[in-house]
Ligand binder design. Structure first.
Ligand code: FES
Length: 970
């Protein structure tokens, strides 16, 4: 008896007779029909990424059964444009910078279409309510709302202005700062503001850099084209699934795969018995990765709920999932260790008792790393201090919650080389790391990185690549694996929870000594445990940079989902602790906290005392601050928020239920890993004077492909449109360490600049030969032309054609690599305004304002998008996000429905003000932008809550019950 049935669907105006399985979801049907703009973000109706229009109304296609939709009209994003011409909403999304990774874009565009069809002139609040059901992890919704307001105006037939940031000269005297009126916001609801850019008068202007160029990948993302890993299907492709552990800590005594293997359609079932036991570390870092190598592809011990147990490859996803249920596993359950206190307890269960892992600091005490570093004489300085203050802080196990689940497709190519199409931030590290695991040399592996639906560090790990490869090797067939949303929560990586104990010595209002005792929880495996904590120690002791400091750190194993790289990378946790403690100290000393912090913060020219001792997993390099805008950032923030007036007013609030507060923090970060991060770029010239730019850098939605093109365009003075960017493929693009450590603009951008300079030289050489001018000096490139000193000129097209076909024939091509022994810190000040309900402990965050110095701003719109998205993630860390476990180690909130990320209708107004500095070591003066944006919200939020309530809260997130309890304490 056939199990398939038939319905007729009208999709984008065309009729489709669809054979479907019983209980098949519309999401499955649409993707099988190649409407891949419909994304699978959770399959549970929580994220809204699978939104389509049913008779014009937004619906979640994962909640509808195809069998119930006979004769229904469905619209997907593919139906919005005609012959490739963008719909005004798509155009507005492209123009305003509303698209970052683009994985959520189809759902947002369709939701807005339904809204604008019904309400052509919506308010910002109405837009936020309409978008509340669609998850976005990259943006702060600012540019999306801007796009919808703009599209609405266009659809109403109104003129819309060109998207432009506001540029202002930075006055020499900070007392003279005055902002455009709308940046004061006051009590008025004004809608999204363009980013504001302050520039010192001494800074040279640029032509292509600094412009709000549209992202080079905007159109394909706005049109929902098949650009993500899971958007393709290969002939003969099998579906891989992972059986995960139901226990936090257990030995696999026996595993029987007989029944699973016997299921029709199953091609492989793999357990620890079937793959070689090769030890590795999953953190995607440079060679050699720090020990210990405490993982294997499949093991006979499980160390967290969600850990790997067995793999299946089958003809369909349904068969693969059915086969998982037929695998019989006999576990010997061991007592779990679920937090850092339990890990360090006397006689705690030993998580890594295997004998073949080298490099664990003290396996018997679950301590994987122990780090100590000291500068100056902290004990003597503490003895001499006027005041010593200590504070202990706790940070949560935050999830990455990126929209695109980890996905990978592996296959053999025609030359018997294994190809992995993977949603990875680190294609080159992934290739090197999986090579021994799958028994193939690097030269037989190719990793292709398509577009990525967000990563934030979670894709800087080897999560699926080795498993997918094992299944292709076992079956000879292409295999696709993609994690479910639940697996994203329990089987990938998180932020490290930390216990942070600061001790600060003050003499004459100056910080003279600091000690940081840190315990980091790395979960079941070491991953990034060493480096995250080292960065935390370095940044956490360098923001105020006392000459006498001490760092003592233990990193412990627990039976929880491993922690790994996550935007902020330790630095955000430690800056939370020190920023709050510094304000507490200012309060004790009765000092203005802004002045106290600024007087003590690291200044331009100061050496960073611990830079050499606390490198990243190894000895670092001496560094000092070249540029900083802390003074400007604080002055502008104070002015924009009317900080002092509000602070004083809020301190005197009578006993009302809702109390307002304003808080601030100052932060800094880094730009790449000094002396380690290396990137390369290749450019070649085409017949028409355009250029291919091949880069190994990995654009996760950050806009890095665009700003790297802008850098090349600046050197050659050509439109960005003349540069065709391709990133990244280990066969065709040069090496790049990948997207992490806020390194792409600074390091990869450095490589692109050098490469473009070499190209410029070759172009001029060819032009000089063509014009028969022996001397190359004095030639310039301008507006797609090479111009000789005498004013004669050739177009780049003439030069391209000549070099390839006519004269001195050769390919104009160059490659360049870049590495820096500095990691110049971007600097910033964060302001937060809140209203606290003193009866419930609920906090309503009303405004986030960040003043950021990222060196030269490469693209104000994409940069503002980065900052807004970073603040939104930081708000989750500070206020709403935490992973909860039961006593057996099961995560209790492993779904978007239960794990509270901020939604469109919950996010506050967010504004970004850039203060440009000219970093001498960066390309065109650039530093970094991505991670600084996440560092300041938590301490500023605690500061604001203190202003409102008088209470200091040291444990994040500030959930209502935690705040309420703090309010009860006398
Ligand atoms: Fe929304 Fe990436 S742009 S999830």
């Amino acid at each position: 008896m056939s199990t398939t049935k038939q319905v007729t669907l009208y999709i984008n105006g065309q009729s489709y007779v669809v054979q479907h399985k019983p209980k098949e979801k519309l999401l499955e049907t649409l993707r099988a029909l190649k409407f891949v703009s419909v994304k699978n973000g959770c399959d549970e109706g929580d994220c809204g990424l699978c939104t389509v229009l049913l008779d014009g109304h937004p619906v979640r296609s994962c909640l509808l059964l195809t069998e119930n939709l006979d004769q229904q009209n469905i619209t997907t994003l593919e139906g919005l444009s005609e012959n490739g011409k963008s719909h005004p909403i798509q155009t507005a999304f492209m123009e305003t910078g509303a698209i970052q990774c683009g994985f959520c874009t189809p759902a947002h565009i369709l939701t807005s279409k339904a809204l604008l069809d019904e309400n052509p002139n919506p308010t910002e609040t109405e837009i936020r309510e309409a978008l509340a059901g669609v998850h976005c992890r990259c943006t702060g919704f600012v540019r999306i709302i801007d796009a919808i307001l703009r599209a609405a105006a266009v659809l109403r037939g109104e003129e819309v202005p060109k998207i432009q940031p506001i540029h202002m000269d930075l006055p020499d005297n900070l007392d003279d700062i005055h902002l455009p009126d709308n940046f004061y916001r006051n009590e008025m609801q004004l809608g999204p503001l363009p980013p504001l850019v302050f520039t010192p008068k001494s800074m040279k202007s640029t032509k292509h850099i600094g412009q709000p160029e549209q992202k080079v990948d905007a159109k394909k993302l706005a049109h929902g084209r098949p650009v993500f890993t899971d958007d393709i299907t290969l002939p003969g492709m099998l579906y891989g699934e992972l059986l995960t552990s139901p226990h936090a800590h257990a030995l696999i005594k026996n595993i029987d795969t007989t029944k699973a293997k016997a299921l029709a359609g199953v091609h492989a079932v793999l357990t620890y018995k079937d793959v070689p036991r090769v030890k590795y570390a999953s953190g995607g870092q440079s060679y050699p990765q720090p020990l210990p190598y405490d993982q294997v592809s499949l093991d006979n011990k499980v160390r967290h709920v969600g850990d790997r147990v067995a793999l299946v490859a089958a003809e369909t996803k349904r068969i693969a999932l059915a086969a998982l249920k037929l695998i019989e596993v006999e576990y010997e359950i061991l007592p779990p260790v679920l937090n850092l206190e339990e890990a360090l307890a006397e006689n705690a269960p030993i998580i890594h008792d295997e004998t073949d892992t080298e490099g664990i600091y003290d396996a018997n005490r679950n301590i994987v790393f122990h780090i100590e570093a000291e500068e100056g004489s902290p004990d003597k300085a503490f003895e001499k201090a006027d005041l010593i203050t200590e504070g202990v802080f706790f940070t949560p196990k935050q999830q990455h919650a990126q929209t695109e689940p980890h996905s990978c497709i592996s296959y053999w190519d025609e030359d018997d080389r294994l190809v992995l199409r993977s949603s990875t931030q680190v294609p080159f590290h992934a290739r090197r790391i999986i090579s021994p695991l799958i028994g193939l040399p690097v030269k037989r592996i190719r990793v292709i990185k398509p577009r990525i639906g967000g990563g934030f560090g979670g894709k800087q790990e080897i999560i699926l690549e080795d498993m997918c490869a094992h299944l292709t090797i076992a079956t000879g067939r292409p295999v696709r694996m993609a994690f479910s949303r639940k697996q994203e929560f329990i089987s990938t990586r998180t932020r490290h929870p930390q216990k942070i104990h600061y001790k600060v010595g003050i003499k004459e209002n100056k910080v003279t000594a600091m000690e940081l005792r840190l315990i980091g929880d790395t979960g079941a495996y070491g991953c990034h445990g060493l480096t995250v904590q080292m960065v935390g120690g370095f940044k956490g002791l360098t923001l105020y940079n006392p000459p006498n400091s001490r760092f003592i750190c233990d990193v412990v194993y627990t039976n929880t989902v491993p922690a790994g790289a996550y935007r902020g990378y330790g630095s955000m946790q430690e800056q939370f602790g020190i920023e709050v403690l510094m304000e507490e100290i200012a309060e004790k000393l009765n000092l203005d906290p802004i002045k106290f912090k600024y007087d003590n913060v690291i200044k331009v020219g100061e050496p960073m005392y611990l830079a050499k001792k606390l490198g990243e997993g190894r000895e670092g390099f001496d560094q000092s601050m070249n540029t900083s805008a802390h003074a400007e950032a604080l002055a502008i923030g104070v002015e924009a928020t009317n900080f002092y007036r509000k602070r004083e007013k809020y301190k005197k609030q009578a006993d009302q239920v809702i109390k307002k507060g304003i808080g601030f923090s100052i932060v800094f970060h880094g730009s790449g890993i000094a002396g380690l991060d290396m990137a390369a770029a290749t450019m070649k010239m085409n017949d028409d004077g355009s250029f291919n730019l091949l880069i190994g850098a990995t654009d996760l939605g950050t806009g890095s492909d665009t700003i790297l093109a802008q850098i090349a365009a600046e050197v050659l003075d050509i439109p960005v449109d003349d540069i065709i960017v391709y990133s990244s493929d280990t066969d065709f693009t040069p090496f790049d360490k990948g997207a992490y450590a806020s390194s792409t603009t600074y390091i990869s951008g450095g490589a692109v600049r050098k490469c473009a300079l070499k190209i410029k030289e070759q172009v001029i050489e060819q032009a000089a030969a063509m014009l028969n001018i022996p001397e190359k000096d004095g030639f310039i490139l301008q507006d797609r032309k090479a111009i000789a000193p005498d004013g004669t000129s050739l177009t780049l097209e003439e030069i391209g054609l000549s070099s390839l076909h006519q004269m001195n024939q050769h390919q104009i091509i160059a490659s360049a690599s870049h590495l820096s022994y500095e990691s110049p810190p971007p600097t910033a000040a964060q302001f937060v305004e809140v209203a606290v309900d003193t009866e419930t402990g609920e906090i309503k965050v009303e405004r986030l304002l960040m003043m950021v110095d990222c060196g030269r701003v490469m693209n104000p719109i994409t940069a503002a998008g980065q900052v807004e998205g970073g603040m939104a993630q930081a708000l989750g860390f500070a206020h709403s996000e935490e992973s909860y476990f039961d006593e057996d180690g099961h995560m209790l909130n492993a779904s978007f429905g239960k794990y509270h990320t901020y939604k469109a209708n919950e996010l506050p107004d967010m504004d970004v003000i850039f203060i440009q500095t000219d970093e001498p070591s960066g390309p065109f003066g650039a530093k970094s932008i991505s991670e600084i944006s996440i560092d300041g919200v938590a301490p500023a939020l605690v500061s604001a809550v203190h202003n409102a309530t008088g209470k200091w809260i040291h444990r994040l997130p500030l959930k209502p019950e935690r705040v309420w309890k703090a309010l009860q304490d006398e």
